[in-house]
Write a protein of this length. Structure first.
Ligand code: ADP
Ligand code: MG
Length: 226
């Protein structure tokens, strides 16, 4: 019964993600279509055409960001739950995020024990990616992203931390709320919502500590598979 429940829950998460992403991507696409139609006018001044083009390109970028935050790798394949080697999953995610870290001059440090849990590797990597990307984005050049995995009290404790700009109490309270972003048109406000859902689907828990101008720690507790 537990197995079936876990699977049903997972199905629900995945189908929710899939239906949200199609909904969210449709908005910018509608805007793009509208501006492309406007550009079909014959006597359109060049400056106006350029303005429309810019909006269309910005909206395509936005659609791209939404897809990245929601489902970079995940195909809707909920039967993909298997034993995950946390160390390997983190290293895999780091390969993806390293170019961004390098570009920003952010150092990455890891201390990873060999630990195992159960989950969908693609969803788990999505979750790690969304959190580490936020950490890197919160840091000026010369920051350090730290990732730590260990066993405490028969549970996996994964700590992801940055020494970036941190969050106020109000911001922290809204973390994970859909569309909450402090990044203006650069942000989607969807990354943390997705990350939290994925952790919950793995029977895990996320807690966050943050201090303005000091940094942020993400604590992810996950069931430990012996
Ligand atoms: P987005 O990154 O598109 O803004 P997210 O859901 O990933 O959306 O994050 C929501 C908001 O939470 C961010 O805009 C930022 O204000 C805050 N936040 C998340 N992670 C961090 C972090 N590591 N340091 C500081 N602020 C963060
Ligand atoms: Mg984000």
């Amino acid at each position: 019964i537990n197995k079936r429940l876990a699977k049903a829950e997972k199905l629900e998460v995945v189908s929710h993600l899939a239906s949200s992403v199609s909904h969210e991507v449709r908005n910018p696409l509608t805007v793009v279509k509208g501006f492309l139609q406007l550009m079909m006018q014959n006597d359109l001044p060049d400056s106006q055409r350029k303005g429309y083009l810019k909006i269309a390109i910005d909206e395509v970028n936005r659609a791209n960001e939404i897809i990245s935050d929601y489902l970079t790798f995940a195909k809707p394949a909920p039967e993909n739950v298997k034993t995950l080697n946390i160390k390997e999953e983190i290293q895999h995610t780091l390969n993806l995020i390293l170019p961004l870290a390098n570009m920003k001059g952010v150092k990455v440090e890891t201390e990873l024990e060999e630990v195992y849990t159960k989950g969908d590797d693609q969803l788990f990597q999505q979750c790690l990616l969304n959190i580490t990307k936020n950490c890197i984005e919160a840091m000026p050049a010369t920051g350090t992203l730290k990732i730590n995995a260990e066993i405490t009290n028969e549970q996996i404790m994964l700590i992801i931390s940055d020494n970036g700009k941190g969050m106020t109490k109000e911001q922290l309270a809204r973390l994970g709320e859909p569309y909450f972003t402090t990044k203006g048109s650069e942000g989607t406000g969807l990354g943390m919502m997705v990350a939290i859902k994925i952790i919950a689907s793995m029977n895990g828990k996320l807690s966050v500590k943050s201090e303005v101008n000091k940094g942020t720690n993400f604590y992810i507790r996950l069931p430990y598979l012996k």
